[in-house]
Design a protein around this ligand. Structure first.
Ligand code: SIN
Length: 274
């Protein structure tokens, strides 16, 4: 396996791997290390059945089912992420970390391209370790004991309205899911600190109102999506991205009107952020 870095700070393509072949413990350990080192890894030209994608994901932990989006009837472990050529809207077109409103947000997500538009539809990824590292010592100190409330409010409010213009469907029977996480998270495998807030799901700082929280939150969001902390992936047929959801954000670009895009997402169960 060869590792080709995409930028100086995040993202790498793993070359010479066929995910349909036997996945030896050594190869899985190497892939896991590449994920920890690069935060998001990419495979190209894979021909995977749903079963093979599930089998690969299960090499990294138990699969968690999205509590808010509908999954495939035949494969409940797979969440389809689809934009039909006639759709106006998509999911994920804002910087976010997946499902941080859960007490145990996913460890990572594996997104496999089944159909891609002729151009456009790229995905951006951002490095949340660096977002933290670059803050001043005084701000790091201020944030060190703070916690934030994360909520699915952004998705559950007007779920019906959102479903009207998107093919990736929210479940409409879901109530509010709220949880609290540290603002500065320590990654359980690398031991590195990172900034763990994101615009759609972080509602406010614990003990403060949303109005009081927003100015500082907005500043942190701006810092975490600076171009130099990011990489951009151009999908090809059979590409798969695997991001470490504990230390990254991502952003899907909606710039392919009139074209279809179909992806299959699987999330691996994470642990309680500390
Ligand atoms: C997502 O936010 O999980 C979807 C990303 C994408 O469609 O590129």
């Amino acid at each position: 396996m060869q590792i080709r870095k995409l930028t100086g700070h995040i993202g790498a393509e793993l070359l010479g791997v066929d995910l349909t072949k036997d996945l030896t413990p050594t190869l899985i350990a190497d892939i896991r290390q590449a994920l920890l080192d690069n935060l998001v890894i990419f495979f190209r030209d894979q021909t995977l059945s749903p079963e093979q994608q599930i089998h690969f994901a299960e090499c990294f932990g138990e699969i968690s089912r999205s509590p808010v989006y509908r999954t495939l009837e035949a494969y409940p472990k797979i969440m389809p992420v689809v934009k039909e050529s006639t759709d106006k809207d998509i999911i994920g077109d804002t910087w976010h970390t997946d499902e941080t409103f859960q007490a145990t947000p996913p460890l990572g997500s594996l997104l496999y391209a089944r159909e891609i538009p002729p151009l456009g539809g790229d995905t951006l990824f951002a490095n949340l370790y660096m977002a933290y590292d670059r803050l001043s010592d005084a701000l790091k100190e201020q944030l060190s004991d703070m916690r934030a409330i994360h909520s699915n409010d952004f998705l559950s409010t007007n779920a019906q309205l959102r479903n009207a213009t998107r093919s990736t469907k929210l479940r409409e029977d879901i109530g509010k899911i709220n949880t609290s996480h540290p603002v500065v998270r320590t990654h359980e495998e690398t031991g590195r600190k990172l900034l763990f807030v994101n615009q759609p799901f972080t509602y406010c700082f614990e003990g403060m109102t949303r109005e009081e929280s927003l100015p500082l939150l907005q500043y942190l969001y701006q810092q975490s999506s600076k171009p130099e902390l990011t990489c951009r992936f151009r999908w090809g047929p059979g590409s798969m991205a695997f991001w470490d959801n504990r230390c990254t954000m991502h952003y899907a670009i909606n710039d392919y009107p009139g074209h279809r895009r179909e992806m299959h997402r699987i999330t691996v169960q994470g642990s309680i952020p500390v």
